[in-house]
Design a protein around this ligand. Structure first.
Ligand code: UDP
Length: 323
């Protein structure tokens, strides 16, 4: 049985992937600081180590006492908006601490890593849907901090490190009885659902003057369960020592206004919207071509935007005990 160390495995995408990997028969060790993660998101019986990926002693402890075949590195900060006002927080956590992790892996003879990267590395795309060979030119420091770790991993090939980067588009939805719960919440779909459930009065619509059909930003929303299955498929490649970069999205884009309307239909609630100025660091359109992942990883997204929002709403209702 292969043993996989999953950093940030108690987070939103990490925990869904851990469930999927356990179902596929992998032995999982979750390494999470619990600063953002939730231990109760994990399947029963999964080995858990509370630690910081920036702490070499924590890492050496885990690497030296387990035979680890590969690392999946989820741990990171994820808010594009916050990265524009606190860039050092992002470069320290996402880049510098990530480099500590790679060094600890290498020192302990672990050579395979899958890294949670992001569509934000592309910046304002020149061509849509975006393919993996599109130039990288992030317009927010979140994307830049992730790109820095990609570059470090690419360079580490000379030291025998194989790496797969999954560039996620917008993860959303819920599965395995777990869902999106960030503190503070900054992501579009959970915020809209908080308005639908009466937890918030309104959603602030960040920018209505973008060069898009309805003036609001367009994103490619991918079900977190589809993201989880992409990791399982990519792991099979990584186990063969293969490296690669893969977009993980659906190829379909929805504007913020469209998402609000779909949420109105799914929840049957009126959702109050207040127009605001643009949020700094938001590219107008991010839509993936995931043909490479479909072909090389034998992966296919199964869920559409209605499935995503329905699953998120079901989870949200349970979590907030609303009818
Ligand atoms: N957005 C918004 N109001 C909010 C949260 C997000 O208008 O309260 C917009 C945001 O500006 C972006 C889109 O929704 O255009 C998706 O944002 P999110 O933070 O969910 O994901 P990102 O694309 O930044 O990773």
């Amino acid at each position: 049985m292969k043993t996989i160390l999953v950093t940030g495995g108690a987070g939103y995408i990490g925990s869904h992937t851990v469930h999927e990997l356990v179902n596929q028969g992998y032995n999982i060790i979750v390494f999470d600081s619990l600063e953002k993660g939730h231990k109760n998101f994990l399947p029963d019986g999964v080995k858990f180590f509370q630690g910081d990926v920036g702490n070499i002693e924590d890492l050496n402890k885990v690497f030296s006492s387990n035979k680890i075949d590969a690392v999946i590195h989820f741990a990171g900060y994820i808010e594009a908006g916050e990265s524009m006002v606190n860039p050092l927080k992002y470069f320290h956590n996402n880049s510098a601490k990530g480099i500590t992790l790679i060094k600890a892996m290498n020192d302990n003879g672990v050579k395979n890593i899958m890294f949670s990267s992001t569509a934000a590395v592309y910046g304002n795309p020149k061509r849509v849907p975006i393919t993996e060979d599109h130039e990288t030119n992030p317009v927010n420091h979140y994307g830049a901090s992730k790109l820095m770790l990609e570059k470090t991993l690419e360079t580490s090939k000379v030291q025998g490190i194989s790496s797969i980067f999954l560039r996620y588009f917008n993860a959303a939805g819920a599965g395995y009885g777990i869902g999106e719960k960030h503190n503070p919440e900054t992501h579009l779909i959970p915020i809209i659902l908080e308005v639908a459930s009466g937890k918030r009065d309104h959603i602030k619509l960040f920018g209505t003057d973008y060069p898009t059909p309805d003036g609001t930003c367009v994103r490619d929303y991918i079900h977190v369960l589809d993201l989880a299955s992409a990791h399982v498929q990519a792991l099979k490649q990584l186990e063969k020592g293969k490296s690669g970069i893969y977009n993980v999205g659906t190829g379909k884009g929805y504007s913020v206004k469209e998402i609000i309307n779909i949420c109105r239909n799914v929840t049957g609630k009126n959702i109050k919207v207040v127009d605001e100025k643009r949020r700094e660091g938001d590219p107008p359109v991010l839509v993936a071509s995931s043909l490479k992942a479909q072909k090389e990883l034998n992966w296919q997204p199964k869920y559409d935007i209605n499935d995503i929002i329905k699953s998120a709403w079901e989870w949200h209702k349970k979590e907030n005990i609303i009818n």
